[in-house]
Write a protein that binds this ligand. Sequence first.
Ligand code: S6P
Ligand code: ZN
Length: 186
Amino acid sequence: MFKQSNVKYNGKTFNLEGSGIQKKETRAKDLAGYFSDLSAYQMLDPETVMYQVEYQDNGLAEGTPGGLYFGITHLYPGVIGEEYYLTKGHFHAKRDTGEYYFGLHGQGLLMMTENGETVLEEVVPGSVHYIPGNTAHRLINTGAEMLSVSACWQTESGHDYAPPEEMFPQRVFRDKAGKPIIENNS
Ligand code: S6P
Ligand code: ZN
């Protein structure tokens, strides 16, 4: 029997389309404590949408062993102070589970930290990123357009949003030339 998938990726809009697509928005008010410039953060409208995650509801409850989820993150461009917009970042609650990211649109960085060691991989359309287990991971939009990145992770993984300063010892700022620079948390 031939059957069509009930979810499709739209390569023009970088969105998922079809049945069972769930969407989750993260707003400025959800990111208290994530940016170094507190007064610049407080000037932002708390309702500003910073990023959206859409994913296919495949009927599997989080925690189910053996399954996978597929989703796309859309992170807006911008800076707070001089720090680029970022996702919260997390460990997986089941620490030893990895994840794949795949760049679809825009330009950014994937920050990965394990045992205090940070790696920043450049995310561009077509780039493939393996995030090993036990690694905190977040996206940073260093470009002028929306950063859209797809992800595939285990239904068993769950999320552990540890305090950001415990997960990531470094930050990425825009320098005077408009280029990303890495700085240690002070
Ligand atoms: C899930 C995966 C992504 C993130 C998304 C938002 O394991 O890594 O779908 O959930 O990029 O980031 P965060 O840190 O707010 O969950
Ligand atoms: Zn993850």
